[in-house]
Ligand binder design. Sequence first.
Ligand SMILES: *Cc1c(COP(=O)(O)O)cnc(C)c1O
Length: 462
Amino acid sequence: MTRLSSTHSTQSIQSTETSSHWAARSLASVWHPCTQMQHHQAHPPQVIVRGQGVWLFDDQGRPFLDCVSSWWTNLFGHANPRINAAIQEQLGRIEHVMLAGLTHPPVVELSEKLSALTQHHLGHAFYASDGASAVEIAMKMSHHFWRQTGQAQKNEFVCLASSYHGETLGALSLTDVPLFRSAYESLIKGVHTVMSPDARQAQSGESADDVARRAAQALEELLKSRATHISALIVEPRVQCAGHMAMHSPLYLRLARELCDRHGVHLIGDEIAVGCGRTGTFFAFESAQVWPDFLTLSKGISAGYLPLSICLSTPTIYEAFLSEHMAQGFLHSHSYSGNPLACSAALAALAIFESDQVLAHNLSLAHHIKTAFHWTHDDERLEHSRQTGTILAFDLKPAWAQRHPRFSTLMHQHCMAQGLLLRPIGETVYVMPPFVIQEEEVSQMSQGIQMALDLSLASSDE
Ligand SMILES: *Cc1c(COP(=O)(O)O)cnc(C)c1O
């Protein structure tokens, strides 16, 4: 089997230990996320010791192209010199300091920049460390806002079918993925789940906008009957990533904004995966020319370097918490809120967006991806080849998926064997590479995926 070659020379590794040695030690002591550990007995985890640009390297120097940006976090490659330098410089000043009662330049500058990027619609930044916590913050702030303004009965939330908003108990209540949720159903509060605007549901003659209108109608029906008890609607704008990369028209966001305004319900935009230029605009909501009341960011905001999440909110929300009474403040906190190293990584990433005109660059990257994956439209085993910005996805047709129940595992393994890091979501294959991927590497990625697809579907599962 041919492996992709990296454009970077592979350094010799000092360590005498082999990959399998690290894998065995990992299995003895590391409980890996989103993993059935028993499956790792037969297929141990891959050790990675180094990264450079879009490439990851194991301890033998074997390269893997990071097609999924290390779980959608990495924007400008691994070991990016400018981001490394920014973190090192900050490390020489102050590594961390609590954010209650104290402040520091990186957190101030980052908050100001984010406010400016929202044209000051969302000018108040609250900090946490992971995406799920930012979602919890938006939920708590939304309900607390209604409480402060005399509508404490508004304590219900609405999410879309196939939504994913994280896996802590509050965020999990808004996550409509049975695999992640079912075991904990008795621990979580019920929510309203409404039709997703997923454009794959278009019936013959229907456009993506028509599906968006149908989904908005379903939302309207719920709000008409229940809005007095509803605190907020949460949406992943443009792409429901963990929900099989379901993509929708920006029209849905405009209609949802109108409905939320009309019925007095907050709109939370979860841009943890789709923010930071992924879909074409810096924030995905910009494509609809409306703003949510809360906007959550994580993953790409620190360029894949350090845990950082942010819940942005409007002046209306912020001002409702101002009071003489301590308990009317937002008393939520995390130990590492606004960590200076993470903020300096985020500032370095935002500086790259400006200096390298990344949004314009991403237009041509999106075009390269589209061209390289054109074959996915003609392959009779596939359907719903779709793209939003630099995210491209396609699905295995149901008949093929039924015949190959282990498709996602096999596909992952065949890709790894060819030097591609890729994890399909069930029958959905997607790529979401770092923005610094070269045109040539996009072609390598596409060819490798086509070969892995052939190999995965050639072997019989029975
Ligand atoms: C990843 C993700 C989250 C959760 O973020 P974590 O940092 O994994 O807790 C929430 N919402 C969306 C849309 C995500 O993609």
